[in-house]
Design a protein around this ligand. Structure first.
Ligand SMILES: [Fe+2]
Ligand SMILES: [Fe+2]
Length: 243
């Protein structure tokens, strides 16, 4: 749990989701990075207890989500979980990280020229992952949900866009590989998301946000590649044997 005596920088380093809370309260990650939370709240005439409460809520929300074990969910619920937690995180975090990366690059490019490439990589990830999750939500996931219905009478279902679910799954796995390459380059460029000692608050918040995003993406891809997709292929085998 964060405390009023910790600096804004310390809080955001320990709890990446704190950046979202600070943004809501207009606490400046750069200008107020070295102030204690209490000091920053005093400057902005905020209630420190209210900010601490929101930080705690945010932390519980993030760790509560991680404590679930969705690998045991039925297919339909697993898909819902992936969309609500991981696709939501992509839609929410990538624009925020892209904005922070541009700000950090504009301020710190002289001492950290690699930030220019970091901006390009986040934008690439943003473009590719948006298109990827749209395909999953519009085409593949509805198809898998349909396969999971007990009432399904023929396979492949009428109006299916493909003969076997293995084809779109193969495409999605290739796209996961591509995202992994982008993330590996980000890890290498940022020294495993370790900010330099002189980094400003935005730079520090960007790296902790990227670290959190990388964990979330790894969990997301693992759930699809190792749980959802093999189970969909197994379900297809059962349906084919039945028809
Ligand atoms: Fe996904
Ligand atoms: Fe995916």
């Amino acid at each position: 749990m964060s405390t009023a005596a910790q600096s804004i920088r310390e809080i955001v380093t320990r709890q990446p989701s704190a950046a979202r809370v600070f943004r809501r309260f207009d606490i400046d990650l750069c200008l107020q990075a070295d102030l204690s939370l209490e000091g920053a709240c005093e400057e902005l005439r905020l209630s420190v207890d209210q900010v601490l409460e929101k930080l705690a809520d945010e932390e519980v929300q993030v760790s509560g989500g991680a404590a679930l074990d969705p690998a045991n969910f039925p297919l339909g619920r697993l898909i819902q979980h992936i969309v609500r937690v991981h696709h939501h995180s992509i839609r929410q975090e990538l624009p925020r990280l892209a904005e922070m990366a541009s700000q950090a690059a504009a301020k710190c490019v002289d001492r950290s020229p690699e930030l220019v490439r970091v901006v390009e990589l986040i934008e690439k990830l943003h473009r590719e992952m948006y298109a990827h999750i749209e395909k999953e939500e519009q085409i593949l996931f509805p198809f898998i949900s349909q396969m999971d219905q007990e009432s399904i009478v023929s396979y492949p279902p009428l109006h299916a866009c493909f003969r076997s679910v293995a084809h779109p799954i193969f495409m999605m796995e290739q796209e996961h590989e591509s995202a992994n390459h982008v993330v590996s380059e980000l890890i290498r460029l940022t020294n495993h998301f370790e900010p330099p000692t002189w980094a400003c608050g935005t730079h520090t918040a960007l790296f902790s946000g990227l670290r959190q995003f990388e964990l979330d993406l790894r969990q997301h891809v693992r759930l699809e590649d190792e749980v959802l997709f093999p189970r969909a292929i197994q379900r297809e085998t059962e349906l084919k044997a039945r028809s």
